[in-house]
Design a protein around this ligand. Structure first.
Ligand code: NDP
Length: 290
């Protein structure tokens, strides 16, 4: 292995420590305790684990953290009524509705019902629109985490050719917007793109977010490139692997994120950052530099 490992766990720990320090200062100087509420509908085992982690980590950062758990058969009207109450609650600065939702509920309608100022997942169309236009909205967590990891490996990305594999609303598109905002030349590739290996070999920065275990092979990678692997794929033996064949890729790349321990830990870290930012904006306070 020649590539430098980009350590997501350490980066997340450092970010959380800065968020906790900023939250303590907000409390001391302004009596403001950032509040995060996570809404979970149903019994999806993975979602239950995620919600528990989000609750625990927000508390550890000194935030007010609550979770609302609705039964699997909750109706859309019940969920929308809860969202309306949370939108109106001044102690709640961030609302996250854990996805996926049960099939009787239209996830888009729920996301659009959130107050965009409290949409700490950054999925409301006001926030996605701001990401692609004026900026200043809440930035989706996983893409934000990718950029923080990238900045560790490549502090100046301007002018670099960035290839993003995957164009989902949750990862691919917002990562592409952020890379463009960082003055990269961006190629957004997807399942209909022709000759992915050749496209990838042109990348100084390669972000893989396809959900296909180890699809990106070593010979797809330009020597010295920075590789950010967003994929989380659980194999039949229980092992987690990314969208990049790590052993091969790390012999060619300049820097690479591991799976697990790369992008994964950054998602909750950025959720805490967004909650802090949302709380400051709602109280018209300057945003702490994190
Ligand atoms: P989606 O399934 O929503 O999107 C996958 C994207 O990859 C689509 O744009 C699809 O193209 C593209 N794609 C699929 N197969 C291929 C292929 N063979 N060649 C080229 N492109 C392909 O996935 P997500 O964006 O939600 O997630 C991607 C990965 O990231 C998953 O492994 C997921 O688990 C992980 N993830 C990790 C997170 C974290 O670290 N915290 C958070 C969110 C996701 P098309 O649009 O043409 O269908």
């Amino acid at each position: 292995m020649s590539a430098t490992l980009i350590d997501g766990k350490a980066t997340a720990r450092e970010s959380n420590a800065r968020v906790a320090a900023a939250a303590a200062e907000l409390k001391a100087r302004h009596g403001l305790v950032p509040g995060l509420t996570v809404v979970l509908v149903g019994e999806n085992p993975a979602s239950k684990v995620y919600v528990a982690s989000k609750e625990r980590e927000a508390k550890a950062a000194g935030m007010h953290s609550t979770a609302h758990r609705l039964p699997e058969n909750a109706t859309q009207a019940e969920l929308l009524a809860l969202i309306a109450r949370l939108n109106a609650d001044p102690a709640v600065h961030g609302i996250l509705v854990q996805l996926p939702l049960p099939k009787q509920i239209d996830a888009n309608a729920v996301i659009e019902a959130l107050d965009p100022a409290k949409d700490v997942d950054g999925f409301h169309t006001v926030n996605t629109g701001r990401l692609w236009s004026t900026g200043g909205g809440l930035v989706p967590c996983t893409p934000q985490g990718c950029m923080l990891l990238l900045s560790r490996a490549l502090p100046r990305a301007a002018g670099a050719h960035a290839v993003v594999l995957g164009r989902s609303i949750i990862v691919g598109k917002p990562v592409a917007a952020l890379l463009l905002g960082a003055d990269c030349t961006v190629t957004l590739a997807h399942s209909k793109s022709r000759d992915l290996p050749a496209i990838c070999r042109g990348a100084d920065i390669l972000v893989a977010a396809v959900g296909r275990p180890e699809m990106v092979r070593g010979h797809w990678i330009k020597p010295g490139a920075v590789v950010i692997d967003v994929g989380i794929n659980r194999m039949s033996d229980g092992k987690l692997v990314g969208d990049v064949a790590f052993a091969e890729a790390s012999g060619v790349a300049g820097a690479i994120t591991p799976v697990p321990g790369g992008v994964g830990p950054m998602t909750i870290a950025c959720l805490l950052r967004n909650t802090l930012v949302a709380a400051c904006r709602q109280r018209s306070l300057p945003q702490p530099v994190l």
